[in-house]
Write a protein that binds this ligand. Sequence first.
Ligand SMILES: Cc1cc2nc3c(=O)[nH]c(=O)nc-3n(C[C@H](O)[C@H](O)[C@H](O)COP(=O)(O)OP(=O)(O)OC[C@H]3O[C@@H](n4cnc5c(N)ncnc54)[C@H](O)[C@@H]3O)c2cc1C
Ligand code: FES
Length: 267
Amino acid sequence: MNKIIEKKQLNATNILFRVEAPEIAKKARAGQFIILRIREKGERIPLTIADWDKDSITLVFQPVGKTTNELAELKVNDKILDLMGPLGTPSHIEKFGTVVMIGGGLGIAPCYPIAKAMKQAGNKVICIFGARNKELFFWQDKFKKVSDEIILCTDDGSLGIKGFTTDGLKQLMQKGKIDRIVAIGPTIMMKFITLTAGDIPVVVSLNPIMVDGMGMCGGCRVLIDGEVKFACVDGPEFIGQKVDWDSLLNRVKTYEEEEHKCKINLQ
Ligand SMILES: Cc1cc2nc3c(=O)[nH]c(=O)nc-3n(C[C@H](O)[C@H](O)[C@H](O)COP(=O)(O)OP(=O)(O)OC[C@H]3O[C@@H](n4cnc5c(N)ncnc54)[C@H](O)[C@@H]3O)c2cc1C
Ligand code: FES
């Protein structure tokens, strides 16, 4: 059982939980995630470890369906049945030169530990964040401490560049050399960032359906350079230029009908 020690509504859609989990916090590295179950017969859902300290880990999530809505109902001092992790291969961190972190919507939070580690490794870190409107950005003060520049893009033009993260990237590419891009967000955003980047290596964090998170069920299989890989153990990070985006976009829609029925039952 893991106790929730802090709960914060970051904006209209994102909730932050700080959860007691000393064993996971001790081993956590940038790019890793946990799988949680709220109760015994509950679904297992993966969430990225967005930050951690000695005894706790921070999760940022968006209630989108049955389990994340149930999670959102929990309060400080409530307990989550179990957290499994840290899972996944940690991000590849080294001194690349100029690293551009791109976060779309909920992908902003998982950028934090990677930006921090890239900065500590001596990189110049530039963040490009995208959201529908200015109200949806969060953690800007936290990101200022681990980056050299932050570029904001909004769909409605309420802050920064009016447009998508791809527009922010196009403008940045005209200004100078970029050595590596890390993009986290909706699958379609990561695909278009990869297409925009040309031959600049783009690391993407894939989010196919995961069940066991340990490479045994095959639920999270993705095609990378023509080979089957399991995102939970071989990833979740892969080089975007090697991802078969069309097969991934089809797979993430596999359970749309069942998820829709779950949402109807929630009402
Ligand atoms: C490695 C990884 C890290 C993630 N990190 C975060 C995070 O930090 N914050 C966050 O809000 N979300 C994160 N997600 C997505 C999150 O797991 C889903 O939003 C959640 O599982 C939805 O469950 P649900 O029952 O509420 O919704 P459902 O109605 O069941 O599903 C809504 C959508 O969530 C996705 N989803 C559903 N079940 C799973 C599953 N078992 N595995 C993966 N995706 C699923 C599907 O795309 C689906 O269309 C991550 C996913 C992965 C794979
Ligand atoms: S989630 Fe089962 S193999 Fe990856």
